[in-house]
Write a protein that binds this ligand. Structure first.
Ligand code: SF4
Ligand code: SF4
Length: 444
C-alpha cells in the first residue's frame, strides 16, 4: 500500500537516537508534588486572565485562568490545595511570566466538573470543540497552538486529509511511543473525534519505523475503525515536522509562509488526540501530561505522567537525582529543545521531555569559520541556506534574511548538527526570527 522508501522528505539528518534509555519503560505516575507553579501563559495566543486570588482553595481540574479571546486557552489547577502566591516566575521558554502557586493539601480532590459523558459521540462538532477549548488543550508535540483553533479552518480552506503524528523523530524522547503502546484506544477515539469535527472519512497515523511495536499494535487496533491507515515512515530527522510529514504522506508541499490547511491537511499529535478524547468523553482538562525524563546526567531515566506546574527539580528528584558531571538541562530533545539555566522552572503543557546531558555529551569545541562545504544547505529540510541566513542575522540584515526565507525555518537544528565547523546556525536564525516578530508586533 505505502512504499516505505517514499515515506520521507528531502534533506534531514540521522542524529544518534538515544531512545534506548526509555523506549521500553512504561509510563510511571509521579505523585503530586508539594507545590506547583502554573504559568498563566502556556500556549501560542492571547494571555489568559487569572480567575483566582491568594488564599483561594482549588480542586484538581478547577479553572484558574480564563481564555482571553478565540486564540487563547484556560488554565486549570493540577493539584488540590490553596493558592499561596500569584507573581512573576521563571518560565521554561526563557522569560519571567505571571504564574500561580498552589500548595498541596495532600488530598488530591478532583473538580466536580470532571464527569464522564458516555454519549460524547452524539455531541455536535461545535460542542466538541467547545469542550476541547474549555479543557485548555494545546498541541502537545511542543508547538502549543490552541487545538480548537486548529480544528476551525476557514470555509475556503477545506481539509480532506487528517494526519495523526506519532513520528516522534526528536532524539531521546519516547513519551509518544509509550502513549501509543499503553493508550492506543484513547488515541484512536481522539482521532475519531477529530474526524467527526472536520467531517473527514480518511485519516492517517504516521509512525517512524523505529517503533515497530507501536506500528503493529496501533494498526491492529485501527482495523476496528473505518478509514484509518497506519503509515510507517523512514527514520530521518525531522520526519515529524508538519510540512515534512505532509509531504512524506501526500506529496503535497505547504507553500512558503503557508499552513497545512493551504494544502487541505491537518496534523495533530498523538498525545493531543488522547487529551482530546479525555476532554470530550470525560470532561478532564489538561492538568497533567506524559514526558520523557532522560539523558546520561540523570540517575533513573523514565517516562512519567506529571502534573503541570511541577518544578523540574522535583521531577529530577523523582528520577533519582542528578549524576555527577551534569552540564546541560534541556526542555525537550537535543535538536529542538530549549536549554534551561535553572531547574526551578515548571513543567508546562508543551513539555514533552526533560533531557539532562553530562559533560561528555556536550563536549563541543569552539566554532570555526565556515568552510563553505554546503552541508547545511544540502540537509536543510526547508531548502534554505542556513549559513547565509545566520550571517545576515549576525550583521542585522533582517529584511534580506526574510526575503531568503528566514521565517520559513522550522528551527529543527539539522544545520547546526551537521556543520563540521560546529557553527551554531540555529541560535543565530532563532534570534533573527525573534527580532523580526518583535519588529512586526511593534509596527502593527
Ligand atoms: S535553517 Fe532552520 S529549517 Fe533549515 S536546517 Fe537549520 S534549523 Fe532546520
Ligand atoms: S555546514 Fe557549516 S561549514 Fe559547511 S557551509 Fe554550512 S555553515 Fe559553512
Amino acid at each position: 500500500m505505502f512504499g516505505l522508501k517514499k515515506m520521507t522528505f528531502k534533506g534531514g539528518a540521522h542524529p544518534p537516537e538515544g531512545k534506548e534509555f526509555t523506549e521500553h519503560k512504561p509510563i510511571e505516575i509521579m505523585p503530586s508534588p508539594q507545590q506547583v507553579i502554573i504559568p498563566v501563559q502556556q500556549h501560542i495566543g492571547a494571555p489568559s486572565q487569572v480567575l483566582v486570588q491568594k488564599g483561594d482553595t482549588v480542586k484538581i481540574g478547577d479553572k484558574i485562568c480564563e481564555a482571553n479571546g478565540f486564540v487563547s486557552l484556560p488554565v486549570h489547577a493540577s493539584i488540590s490545595g490553596k493558592v499561596t502566591k500569584i507573581g512573576e516566575f521563571q518560565h521554561p521558554l526563557g522569560m519571567k511570566t505571571q504564574a500561580i502557586v498552589i500548595e498541596n493539601d495532600g488530598v488530591d480532590t478532583l473538580s466536580d466538573s470532571i464527569q464522564p459523558n458516555e454519549n460524547y459521540l452524539n455531541l455536535s462538532p461545535d460542542e466538541m470543540k467547545n469542550r476541547i477549548r474549555e479543557a485548555g488543550i494545546s498541541g502537545m508535540g511542543g508547538a502549543s497552538f490552541p487545538t480548537h483553533v486548529k480544528l476551525s479552518p476557514p470555509k475556503d480552506k477545506p481539509i480532506d486529509t487528517l494526519i495523526l503524528n506519532g513520528a516522534e523523530c526528536e532524539p531521546y524522547l519516547t513519551a509518544d511511543h509509550r502513549l501509543m503502546l499503553e493508550y492506543p484506544d484513547d488515541i484512536l477515539k481522539g482521532l475519531q473525534i477529530f474526524q467527526k469535527i472536520l467531517n473527514i472519512k480518511r485519516a492517517y497515523i504516521a509512525i517512524e519505523n523505529n517503533k515497530p511495536d507501536a506500528i503493529k499494535l496501533v494498526r491492529k487496533k485501527a482495523s476496528a475503525y473505518e478509514g484509518i491507515s497506519v503509515v510507517g515512515l523512514n527514520v530521518k530527522y525531522p520526519q515529524g515536522a508538519e510540512k515534512q510529514l505532509i509531504y512524506a504522506i501526500t506529496k503535497r508541499q505547504v507553500p512558503t509562509g503557508g499552513l497545512p490547511m493551504d494544502v487541505g491537511c491537518l496534523v495533530q499529535n498523538v498525545g493531543t488526540a488522547r487529551a482530546v478524547y479525555q476532554a470530550v468523553a470525560e470532561n478532564i482538562p489538561l492538568y497533567q501530561r506524559v514526558a520523557t525524563i532522560t539523558g546520561a546526567g540523570v540517575n533513573e531515566t523514565k517516562n512519567i505522567l506529571v502534573r503541570i506546574g511541577t518544578l523540574f527539580k522535583d521531577v529530577i528528584e523523582f528520577c533519582g537525582g542528578y549524576k555527577e558531571n551534569v552540564s546541560k538541562l534541556i526542555m525537550g530533545g537535543p535538536m529542538m529543545g530549549i536549554a534551561q539555566y535553572t531547574d526551578e522552572v515548571p513543567v508546562i503543557k508543551g513539555t514533552s521531555g526533560i533531557l539532562v546531558l553530562d559533560q561528555a555529551a556536550t563536549k563541543r569545541n569552539e566554532p570555526l569559520p565556515c568552510i563553505s562545504c554546503g552541508r547545511c544547505v544540502d540537509t536543510c529540510p526547508m531548502g534554505l541556506m542556513p549559513t547565509t541566513l545566520a550571517e545576515l542575522v549576525d550583521f542585522e540584515h533582517y529584511d534580506q534574511a526574510v526575503i531568503l526565507g528566514l521565517m520559513d525555518c522550522i528551527e529543527c537544528g539539522t544545520c547546526t548538527f551537521i556543520c563540521p565547523s560546529r557553527r551554531n546556525l540555529l541560535q543565530s536564525i532563532r534570534f533573527g526570527k525573534f527580532k523580526v516578530i518583535r519588529q512586526r508586533r511593534k509596527a502593527s
